[in-house]
Design a protein around this ligand. Structure first.
Ligand code: A3P
Length: 272
């Protein structure tokens, strides 16, 4: 009997690295870092801090490599990872499904026009001699033809990528998070996440404050950090001013795809 007891105690308290129960699959520049930093405040969530890129770049390293990248967890804690390129990479849904067909998938989405400008701003910060956003987004220097081969534009056609994922996972395994609401009312959005993951509502309004200098919600002190803190300098960049006419034209371009996405998710994100 004592041997049995010992075994029981031992497996329950043992901290081991496990495969993720939840993935943040994207969308790039929609608030994926904010979502991860907010949800990992929960004591029953443990997350890999950096993007692992297993299912898109490092799949050949094998599942055991992947598991070893995960943080150790106690029984009952959720393991989580975020790599935003998973959403748009062909072949990733099939690979994820093969690992765990019951995995929960979190997708943060944001107005695709703002998302594209955010994507451009990030690229510009690394390479200053870039063309203007308006030049990259349209063919032939007029605002007639949207250049759908430009990555920052292409990623915003969310319906196309979601369609691929829905071939492998039912809608009920997804939670769609509004990037806009994650900024305007982070607690409300994090309640949705906690409910979806069957977690107690531990993260509340009390964890957040609005930092008016940064213009974004930031975190008050928590168990893991003793001081208030915002996300890093690379989150919440100042965007360049974009020609209103170009923005209008891009909104027109995305409208049917947004509508399709609203129909697929049964959520109206209110972008256009
Ligand atoms: P910008 O830097 O263009 O404003 P990701 O983490 O997926 O790369 O998304 C980055 C975006 O997250 C930022 O884009 C910003 O708008 C958004 N964001 C959401 N909540 C934020 C927060 N609390 N602090 C900073 N940025 C936040």
């Amino acid at each position: 009997e004592s041997a049995f007891k010992y075994r029981l105690v031992n497996t329950q308290n043992l901290s081991v690295r496990r495969f993720p129960d939840v993935l943040i699959i994207g969308v790039k520049k929609s608030g994926t870092r904010a979502l991860l930093e907010f949800i990992r405040l929960h004591p029953d969530v443990r997350a890999a801090g950096n993007e692992i890129h297993f299912f898109d770049r490092h799949y050949s390293f094998g599942l055991n490599w992947y598991r070893k990248k995960m943080p150790p967890t106690m029984l009952g804690q959720l393991t989580m990872e975020k790599t935003p390129s998973y959403f748009i990479t062909t072949g990733v849904p099939a690979r994820v499904h093969k690992m765990n067909p019951n995995i929960k998938l979190l997708l943060v989405v944001r107005n695709p026009v703002t998302r594209a400008i955010s994507d451009y701003t990030q690229a510009f910060s690394k390479k200053k001699d870039m063309k203007k956003f308006e030049e990259l987004s349209f063919v032939n220097g007029s605002y007639q033809l949207v250049d759908t081969s430009y990555g920052a534009i292409k990623i915003g056609v969310y319906a196309k990528y979601l369609e691929r994922w829905l071939k492998f996972f039912p809608l009920k395994q997804f939670l769609f998070i509004s990037g806009e609401r994650l900024i305007s009312d982070p607690a409300a959005e994090i309640y949705r996440v906690q409910d979806f993951l069957n977690l107690k509502r531990v993260i509340t309004e009390k964890h957040f404050y609005f930092n008016s200098t940064k213009g974004f919600p930031c975190l008050l002190k928590s168990e893991s950090r003793s001081t208030p803190h915002c996300l890093g300098k690379t989150k919440g960049r100042i965007h360049p001013v974009i020609d209103e006419k170009a923005i209008e034209r891009l909104n027109d371009f995305y409208r049917p795809f947004n509508e399709k996405f609203y129909q697929m998710t049964f959520i109206n994100f209110g972008w256009s």
